[in-house]
Design a binder for this molecule. Structure first.
Ligand code: ATP
Length: 356
């Protein structure tokens, strides 16, 4: 089976959660949704901190909860990191890490603590007490403590939410390293679509306690009906490979099913996989390929779908031939160009951001 299957029905006064999830056994699954949609409740049910009257949870063939079974939290091999690091203030970093380790028998330890310390770059902080760490360092220690117990599942509940922008940027590369190194599923609760776009492979969108959508991050980010971003910040993700560098103009070309894009020179090797984001507001549509324009990324595309967005605008899904991007244009332009599903057009892309 090799996946995480979770079905829960759980009621609080005035709020009900009813979800049925199947998540991959590896990689980061983002749990995304507005405040109050049930993200933390879902994590607490998975951790066994809440008990759903009606619940089923299996991780990697092991049943943690069903009609007969309910493993208490301490018997579930998982790591849980909260918004605030929740380290023991009177213990230095080393003892905080040792405390996590002491919770599990030596025979179940599959992760070498030294590897975890190296992965999170906290080796130089071992003698410090938590009040002498930055917020970002505290979160890195909390993640190390959670990993030290060799969990089969890592739960991260908005681990960056309490950090300022600079600290977030400090911790994000460590989360990316975890993603590349860990062989266990990570559930990452967030309501920041930028973080999710950068870190996640898979996404569950929660809305008022229900699953509005679940699937690959690439597919879901290209959907116009989910309203994942506020106002005009929606954008599609593209998984691409580095095709070439142009040293004279300092540009890098990436290629993907359906096209190529140029972006400012990136310190990546040819052949390396990258993820880029194309914001809908940076994409315009022409009926014929333009010449005499300063825009270098112009790709043939077919209109897939047109969704109204507010009184004056529309979001147009464009199929590049296997890859979808979005364009946010005025409703007036949709009419003026006669756009309709199936029409062949050209997409002019003003900006492309490399996420990873
Ligand atoms: N122990 C509890 N008792 C009663 N209601 C609760 C309890 N815990 C959560 N709720 C309610 O359940 C709903 C979902 O809360 P939850 O914390 O899971 O949402 P969330 O999506 O994580 O929100 P946020 O992004 O603000 O953290 C809310 O309406 C909340 O008030």
């Amino acid at each position: 089976m090799n996946e995480l299957a979770a079905r829960f029905r759980h009621d609080y006064p005035g709020f009900g959660l009813d979800v049925d999830l199947r998540l991959p056994a590896r990689g980061v699954s983002a749990i995304f949704g507005p405040s109050g949609s049930g993200k933390t409740t879902l994590l607490r049910l998975i951790a066994g901190l809440e008990r759903a009257a009606d619940g089923y949870l299996a991780v990697d063939d092991g049943v943690w909860q069903d009609a007969q079974t309910f493993l208490p939290t301490h018997a579930r091999p998982l790591g849980y990191v909260f918004q605030d690091a929740r380290l023991f203030p009177h213990l230095d970093v080393r003892r905080n890490l040792d405390y996590g380790l002491s919770r599990i028998p030596a025979s179940s330890r599959k992760v070498a603590l030294d590897d975890v310390i190296g992965l999170l770059g906290i080796g130089h902080l071992m003698e410090r007490k938590p009040d002498r760490l930055s917020g970002g360092e505290r979160q890195r220690v909390a993640i190390a403590r959670a990993l030290g117990v060799s969990p089969r599942l890592l739960l991260l509940d908005e681990p960056l939410a309490a950090l300022d922008q600079a600290r977030k940027q400090e911790v994000l590369p460590y989360l990316e390293r975890l993603h590349d190194t860990l062989d266990i599923p990570v559930l990452y609760v967030s309501h920041a679509i930028d973080e999710v776009a950068r870190l996640a492979d898979h996404m569950v969108v929660l809305d008022a306690g229900r699953v509005a959508a679940q699937g690959s991050i690439i597919e879901l980010m290209a959907r116009t009906d989910l309203r994942l971003s506020r106002d005009d910040a929606e954008g599609a993700l593209i998984e691409a490979g580095v095709a070439a560098h142009d040293e004279s103009y300092q540009l890098t070309t990436v290629e993907f099913p359906g096209g190529r894009l140029s972006l400012p020179r990136q310190a990546r090797d040819v052949g390396q996989r990258v993820r880029v984001r194309v914001l809908a507001r940076d994409v315009s549509i022409t009926l014929a390929a333009q010449t005499g324009t300063s825009i270098i990324n112009i790709l043939p595309a077919r209109v897939a779908d047109i969704t109204p967005a507010g009184a004056s605008q529309c979001v147009v899904s464009l199929d590049l031939g296997g890859t979808t991007i979005l364009a946010r244009i005025t409703r007036k332009s949709v009419d003026a160009l006669g756009l309709r599903p199936g029409l062949d057009v050209h997409a002019q892309i003003k900006g492309v951001a490399l996420l990873k």
